[in-house]
Design a protein around this ligand. Structure first.
Ligand code: NAD
Length: 263
């Protein structure tokens, strides 16, 4: 996909390190010719992001905590000041208290329910509302990341599953609101990946191994494959796709039971 994003500019939210899904997407988008800006959460992540951003030719980094309206406003003001229009935003942000990503879903606390929904689902709506004025001229693409714990029970995923269900529904509602402006809204749903957020979920290693061994392709998602899907969705090749949840999970979601040798 050599230069399918040449001339396009966008914001990548959610790079924590070089294993982040957002980083896989950033690398693929850069390789496809896009110009990138980044947000990061706090100083420590900023330090890690700096060399990564530089390696894809970007010095445009803004500190954003999505629970803080002022920091989101500031980020989009800076973005608009530097670039009059943008073509895409990648929202790869989620959080839940680790102590509730294990054991019974029944024990989800009100405080963590609200916080998980706020950071992992509402923030996509908040970002879309701020991003769309920068896209009205040429249209654009909003992308988020989800997981099949939204519509299937994945033990330990718990409240994140509920948040992902809300995020997927928000993807469809945003797609309908913003479609007339030529803005497409989609979610990529990878299988388990070895990232900071992924490691917070109870039994992550077992889940990773199970998917790797049982998926029809007998492999988990890679950063490259998720990146390639994001490039397709942000490019003109994805021109008629919106409101969609695209799985990049080695086909794991089609299974009704494990492969015979893993029963
Ligand atoms: P990651 O830890 O690399 O990225 C998560 C990011 O969310 C981090 O950059 C973190 O700083 C950011 N974040 C959390 N709270 C924030 C806040 N209040 N304000 C701003 N940023 C905040 O992990 P990842 O796996 O790359 O996660 C990216 C997305 O992919 C998430 O939505 C995650 O649910 C989703 N996803 C992950 C997997 C997996 O197995 N790792 C599978 C499917 C979907």
């Amino acid at each position: 996909m050599s230069d399918v994003l040449a001339g396009k500019r966008g914001l990548i939210m959610g790079v924590a390190n070089d294993r982040s899904i957002a980083w896989g997407i950033a690398k693929a988008m850069h390789a496809a010719g896009a110009e990138l800006a980044f947000t990061y959460q706090g100083e420590a992540f900023g330090k890690r992001l700096e060399p990564l951003a530089a390696s894809v030719g970007s010095d445009f980094m803004v500190d954003v905590d999505v629970t803080d309206d002022a920091s989101l406003d500031g980020a989009f003001e800076q973005l608009g000041a530097r670039w009059p229009t943008i073509d895409f935003v990648v929202h790869a942000i989620a959080f839940s208290d680790k102590s509730e990503l294990t054991g019974r879903f029944l024990n989800t606390s009100r405080a963590n329910f609200k916080n998980s929904m706020d950071i992992s689902a509402y923030s996509f709506i908040d970002v879309a509302r701020r991003a769309h004025p920068l896209m009205v001229e040429n249209g654009g693409t909003l992308l988020t990341l989800t997981y099949q714990g939204s519509n299937r029970v994945v033990p330990n995923y718990n409240v994140m599953g509920v948040a992902k269900a809300a995020l997927e529904s928000a993807t469809r509602y945003l797609a309908n609101d913003l479609g007339p402006e030529g803005i497409r809204v989609n979610a990529i749903s990878p299988g388990p990946m070895k990232t900071l957020a992924g490691a917070a979920i109870g039994g992550a290693r077992k889940t990773y191994k199970h998917t790797d061994q049982n998926a029809p392709l007998r492999s988990n998602a890679t950063l490259e494959a998720v990146g390639g899907t994001a490039v397709y969705l942000a490019s003109d090749a994805g021109a008629c796709t919106t409101g969609e949840i695209i799985r990049v999970d080695g086909g794991f979601h089609v299974l009704g039971m494990p492969q015979p040798d893993h029963l």
